[in-house]
Design a protein around this ligand. Structure first.
Ligand code: ATP
Length: 308
C-alpha cells in the first residue's frame, strides 16, 4: 500500500530530550516534494537531533515524523531504499579503499548507481584505490555524499554536507545537488554556510535552542528584517519625514553619511528620491539593499527569548 501526502517530509511538534535536557522542543516543518529545505541554526540548536529523527535513527519523545507518508523509525525497512542519508559521522571501515567502500555499500542497495558513476559525481574517481583512512577530511565528506546518492533516493538527508570542502568542491557539490533537484529528488539539508542556503534552498528554517524561530523562503525570512538605504547628504541639509522608517535616521556611517532602516524599501526610496529631485540634492554614493540572510540569522542567534 502506498500512502500519498503532499509533503515528502512532515515534522510535527517534535520533541527529544537527552536526560533532563530538551534538545528539540516542539519543532514543525514540511519539506515539499522536489524542493530543498535548509535547516539553519546556532551550534547546539537541535538540527542534527532533528535530522536523526527524520532519518529514523532516533525516536521522538513526542510529536511525529513522516517521510513519504511513513514513520521513519518503525517503517525504516520499507523506507530505506528511497532514502539517502549523509550524517555527520561517516563511519566507514578505514582500511577499505574508496571503490571497495562504494562497492560494499552498493551491495546493500536494490538499484545502485555503478560505483564509477557515483565516484564521478563527487570527483573522487582518481582516488578509487586510496584507503579511507588516507583520505583528506573533504575527500571523506565527498565519499559520504557519493554513498548517500548511490541508491537513487527520492529523499536525501544531508547533515552539513559541505563542511570541510574547499570552495571548488563545494561548488561541485552544489551542482550535483541541483542536478538531483532537477530530477525531482527532495532534499533536507543542514548547513552553517548561509550562502549555501541562499544558493540552494527553496525554503529554510532557522533554529535556536531547540525551536524553529523563523521559516519560509529566503525572501520571506529576510523580509522580516529592515532594509537599508545609505547615502551622503550635503552639510546642513535635513531629511524630511519618510514612510517606512524604524528610526528617524542614524548616522552610523560617519559624518554626512546617513543610514536609514526601513520596513518598506520601495516606499521609502521613492519618497527620498522624489524629495532629492525636487530640492536638487545629490545623494552621494546612494545604496539600497534588503536585509541579508546573515542579518536574519544573527537576529535569531542574538535573541534572548528563552523557550518556556
Ligand atoms: N547524545 C547526546 N547526549 C546528550 N546531549 C546531546 C546528545 N546529542 C546532542 N546533545 C545536545 O543536544 C543539543 C542539540 O545538539 P545537536 O547536535 O542536535 O545540535 P546542532 O544544531 O546540530 O548543533 P551544531 O550546529 O553544533 O552541529 C546540544 O546542546 C547537544 O549538546
Amino acid at each position: 500500500m502506498t500512502t500519498t501526502t503532499s509533503a515528502a517530509v512532515e515534522v510535527r511538534s517534535l520533541r527529544r530530550r537527552y536526560g533532563s535536557f530538551e534538545a528539540v522542543r516542539g519543532v514543525s516543518f514540511d519539506v515539499r516534494r522536489g524542493e530543498l529545505f535548509a535547516l539553519l541554526g546556532t551550534n547546539g540548536a537541535g538540527k542534527t537531533t532533528t535530522m536523526d529523527m527524520v532519518a529514523g535513527f532516533g525516536r521522538p519523545d513526542a510529536g511525529n515524523v513522516r517521510v513519504l507518508g511513513r514513520d521513519p523509525y518503525s517503517e525504516r525497512r520499507v523506507l530505506r531504499p528511497r532514502l539517502g542519508i549523509m550524517l555527520q559521522e561517516g563511519g566507514l571501515p578505514p582500511d577499505l579503499t574508496v571503490s571497495e567502500s562504494a562497492a560494499m555499500w552498493a551491495g546493500t542497495l536494490t538499484d545502485p548507481r555503478p560505483v564509477v558513476e557515483a565516484l564521478d559525481l563527487v570527483d573522487l574517481r582518481h582516488r578509487e584505490h586510496v584507503r579511507v583512512r588516507q583520505l583528506s577530511g573533504g575527500e571523506r565528506r565527498r565519499l559520504d555524499l557519493a554513498l548517500a546518492v548511490m541508491g537513487r533516493p527520492a529523499v536525501l538527508l544531508l547533515d552539513e554536507p559541505t563542511t570541510g570542502l574547499d570552495p571548488e568542491n563545494r561548488r561541485n557539490a552544489w551542482q550535483m545537488v541541483r542536478a538531483l533537484l532537477a530530477d525531482g529528488v527532495t532534499v533536507l539539508m543542514t548547513t552553517h554556510y548561509l550562502n549555501e542556503a541562499q544558493e540552494l534552498a527553496d525554503r529554510l528554517a532557522i533554529m535556536h535552542r531547540g525551536e524553529v524561530v523563523t521559516a519560509g523562503s529566503t525572501a520571506e525570512v529576510v523580509a522580516q528584517h529592515p532594509a537599508r538605504i545609505i547615502f551622503g547628504l550635503p552639510h546642513g541639509v535635513d531629511l524630511p519625514a519618510l514612510p517606512g522608517l524604524r528610526d528617524p535616521y542614524d548616522g552610523e556611517h560617519g559624518p554626512g553619511r546617513v543610514t536609514l532602516r526601513t520596513d518598506d524599501l520601495q516606499d521609502t526610496l521613492t519618497e527620498l528620491l522624489g524629495w532629492a529631485r525636487r530640492h536638487d540634492i545629490e545623494l552621494a554614493g546612494l545604496e539600497a539593499r534588503p536585509a541579508s540572510l546573515e542579518e536574519a540569522f544573527l537576529a535569531v542567534a542574538e535573541s534572548e527569548e528563552v523557550p518556556a
